[in-house]
Unconditional design. Sequence first.
Length: 253
Amino acid sequence: MSLLDRYKLDGKVAIVTGASSGLGVAFAEGLADAGADIGICARRAERLEGTKAKVEAKGRRCVAVQADVAKPEDCQRVVEETVAELGRVDVLINNAGIGTAVPASREEPDDFRRVIDINLNGSYWMAQACGRAMKDGGSIVNIGSVLGSTTAGLPQAAYASSKAAIIGLTRDLAQQWTGRKGIRVNALAPGFFPSEMTEQYPEGYLDAMMIRVPSGRGGEADELVCAAIFLASDASSYVTGALLPVDGGMLTT
């Protein structure tokens, strides 16, 4: 096997959560490009069909499952349907997430809980379900954020808390599963990438934030997808429990 072959995902099956829009679609397409068959899930079932069509256009199989990752039973069903149709699970991209920007003194308890339920708890329930199904080892990639390690001027207590917790979750699952089950667990910390959340930012906010980004620009989806493929593939076989910032250098400032 050549070094470049280690980045391939031929014969692998990957699950991507939150695959109805934005970066979730990019992850599904990118992993299919690398050779994987794909299981996708999201709450908005009607939007999964577009993602499924894009994966299948690359010659890969795809199963789409409507699910809310905040519900453990939905997560288990996603894995069971993926295994039933595609035969196995080797990779999980824990991408599903929501964000809010609400002053802490005015944030409603249910709104805070919903962010934690999807971003943190949902990542855990999906990891649990996949961890049970990964009989031959595998790779779990949690999607964190630079906001798990820094702040960016907006009131985002719920989102930042959930993404900081992803770091701890990643490290603990890595130390539990890598040696015993052969499952590597890592996290990406994206900086500013186009998403439904960034579309809600105040006008001029992203431009103002670029002073904190040594690269001087926001990221492109493919740049994040390439990092996910690295962590999903055998190219990162000696990497586990790590947080990989993909942020144009933001966390260095």
